[in-house]
Design a protein around this ligand. Structure first.
Ligand SMILES: [Zn+2]
Length: 58
């Protein structure tokens, strides 16, 4: 088991050992859905819900 920080609220998020890339985890503090982008290093990508913000794609 490892922990990382929520990219939104910076609270601790526990990543299960059985989790793999592309899995989704939920932040227990702010409720955000986060996709595991890579496990080494552990990187989370917040899924956008209803707000229509786009950063990367054009
Ligand atoms: Zn959070």
């Amino acid at each position: 088991m490892q922990t990382t920080q929520c990219p939104i609220c910076s609270s601790d998020i526990i990543i299960d050992e059985e989790s793999s890339e592309k899995d989704l985890v939920n932040c227990l503090n702010c409720g955000a859905e986060l996709e595991i982008v890579t496990l080494q290093p552990l990187q989370l990508n917040p899924l956008q819900q209803e707000s229509g913000e786009e950063d990367d794609n054009n």
